[in-house]
Design a protein around this ligand. Structure first.
Ligand code: CDP
Length: 222
């Protein structure tokens, strides 16, 4: 059978998309693209330029002039010439990103860049609307877990970094972003009809990767 060359992974905040997607890409020798960083970079641009996060016309104009570039196999993110990697998970970006990402003009500008990144194929792309809007022809995976499990994971990820914060703050931001991302009119988070859906509470990363590979018919690659 022919393996899918483009794999879309969608799901809510901290559902394991990046961890699973990165490991899947490594196993398959595919590129890994986290589309969340496009919206995080756009939010950094808005914050730096003093653009009000509820001014849709100004955010659209701003986004149309942005070029987001990924370096080091997706580990670094450049906005224009500036490396913004260390700021992507700052609390002000976590708080501002969903309001920025719900603006249709911002989405159009970012989706165009994401599609051109995926053009060559052999790519695992993760986000909220990858299977439904950005790459509808992709093999689709939807990852989910309970809010408490997801908050625990994100809290652990951030602990000991410059972006560390309390578990209560993590859970509050997660619920706010889930509500905005699922409730917005343009490209809301939803499960594509033909997506393979996994609920990952209590599962190890390796287990989830195996299950995804089996679902996609790619289990014997390693
Ligand atoms: O890693 P985490 O699940 O916390 O979030 P992310 O993937 O970095 O995405 C940050 C935010 O960007 C999300 O909460 C969405 O508001 C937005 N986003 C989006 O709208 N569409 C995407 N394809 C990816 C992210």
């Amino acid at each position: 059978m022919r393996y899918p060359s483009v794999i879309a992974i969608d799901g809510p905040v901290a559902s394991g998309k990046t961890t699973i997607g990165r490991e899947l890409a490594r196993r398959l020798g595919y590129a890994f693209v986290d589309t969340g960083v496009y919206y995080r970079a756009a939010t950094i641009a808005a914050l730096d330029s003093g653009t009000p996060l509820d001014d849709e016309a100004a955010l659209t104009r701003l986004a149309q002039g942005l070029v987001v570039r990924l370096g080091d196999e997706g580990e670094s993110v450049f906005l224009g010439g500036a490396d913004v990697t260390s700021r992507l998970r700052d609390p002000d970006v976590d708080a501002g990103v969903s309001p920025v990402a719900k603006v249709p003009g911002v989405r159009r500008a970012m989706v165009a860049q994401q599609r051109s990144t995926a053009e060559g194929g052999d790519v695992v792309m993760v986000g909220r609307d990858i299977g439904t809007i950005v790459l509808p022809g992709a093999a689709k995976v939807y990852l989910d877990a309970s809010p408490e499990e997801r908050a625990r994971r994100r809290f652990k990820e951030l602990a000991g970094t410059d972006q560390a914060r309390s578990e209560t703050d993590v859970l509050r931001n997660l619920k706010m972003r889930d509500a905005t991302d699922s409730g917005r009119a343009d490209s809301p988070l939803r499960v594509a009809e033909d997506a393979h859906r996994f609920v990952t509470d209590g599962l190890e990363v390796a287990d989830v990767v195996e299950r995804v590979l089996v679902a996609l018919g790619m289990e014997e690659t390693e």
